[in-house]
Design a protein around this ligand. Structure first.
Ligand SMILES: [Zn+2]
Length: 92
């Protein structure tokens, strides 16, 4: 019974290049915006964003959208407007 350890030679893993593709970047986009990515995963995103224009502009768009939504919820609609909206809804 031979028991040689030649199997353990490490191969050059292509995923070692510290880059991700657009598909992966878009999957992580919202986590990235919410600062939920850490360490390697965060670095990979930063790296991709610095190289990929389309993902970068997508990121900027989503960021702006989220900021807009945040502002919109922080500024409560005036009571008058709320009542108008309620009336409109009732009419439907
Ligand atoms: Zn990309």
């Amino acid at each position: 019974m031979s028991n040689d350890m030649s199997n353990t030679t490490s191969t050059n893993n292509p995923s070692d290049k510290n880059t991700i593709d657009c598909e992966e970047a878009l999957k992580r986009l919202f986590e990235y915006i919410d600062h939920e990515l850490h360490g390697r995963r965060h670095e990979e995103m930063e790296d991709h964003m610095s190289k990929c224009r389309s993902c970068y502009s997508r990121l900027e768009f989503e960021k702006r959208l989220q900021q807009h939504l945040k502002n919109a919820t922080e500024q409560k609609a005036p009571q008058e407007l709320q009542n108008k909206i309620k009336k409109l809804i009732h009419k439907l």
